[in-house]
Design a protein around this ligand. Structure first.
Ligand SMILES: [Zn+2]
Length: 211
């Protein structure tokens, strides 16, 4: 299994155009779908060590990647799933395109509010995370940023997929945030979000000064 994993990652590296095309990533996922399943299945039964950790209520993922641990290839399945997420997100680009076309025909606040309600799940639940975790990583403002979906556990390369496949999604995200936060088109929802945030936020405790 280890050899197959190494081969699969090496093959992915060979496909890299920096950024990747969507087709090549889709091909790679398809090609190694069975391997992913196999590794997943293998890791289902915990090793003795992991079982102990679990029984004690501790996180169990043998980080040492010991030979006896069934989770020792999780670096591969984790990576595979990160890349797969990139493709799943891209599928939303078509929905975002339709949403943007609709948006452009609207001109009053009540229509815009209906729009926000209709696309709230995508805009708030799915895209917010996408933006912060996968697009907002560059420190250089002039750089063209391609969405990044994980680093290969071997071979020192990351997976960036060309942003041209995500253009509608990125534009949608801008419009959605502008309407929700700046123009406050859906105030009751925004209030609800802020109240939720307050509950989650850890209260700031000043650090005692030591003389
Ligand atoms: Zn284990």
């Amino acid at each position: 299994m280890k050899l197959e994993i190494i081969n699969s990652l090496n093959n992915l590296k060979l496909l890299n155009d920096n950024p990747f095309t969507l087709q090549k990533i889709a091909y790679w996922l398809y090609e190694y779908n069975d391997l992913h399943k196999e590794v997943k299945n293998y890791s289902k039964n915990l090793c003795e060590e992991c079982r102990q950790w679990k029984a004690n209520g501790l996180p169990y993922d043998c980080l040492q990647e010991a030979d006896y641990c069934t989770k020792r290839y999780s670096y591969f399945t984790n990576f595979y799933e990160e890349v797969e997420y990139g493709i799943k997100m891209q599928e939303l680009d078509t929905v975002c395109k339709v949403a943007l076309e609709e948006y452009k025909t609207y001109n009053n606040d009540s229509q815009l509010k209906e729009w926000l309600i209709k696309y709230f799940d995508i805009g708030y639940n799915k895209l917010a995370i996408f933006y912060y975790d996968h697009l907002d990583y560059s420190v250089d403002n002039d750089e063209v940023v391609h969405p990044h979906f994980g680093n290969s556990p071997i071979g020192e390369f990351g997976v960036c997929i060309d942003r041209k496949y995500y253009e509608n999604l990125i534009e949608f995200d801008d419009v959605f945030k502008m309407l929700l936060y700046e123009r406050n088109i859906y105030p009751e929802k925004l209030k609800e979000i802020e109240e939720e945030m307050q509950k989650v936020a850890v209260p700031m405790i000043p650090i005692p000064k030591i003389d």
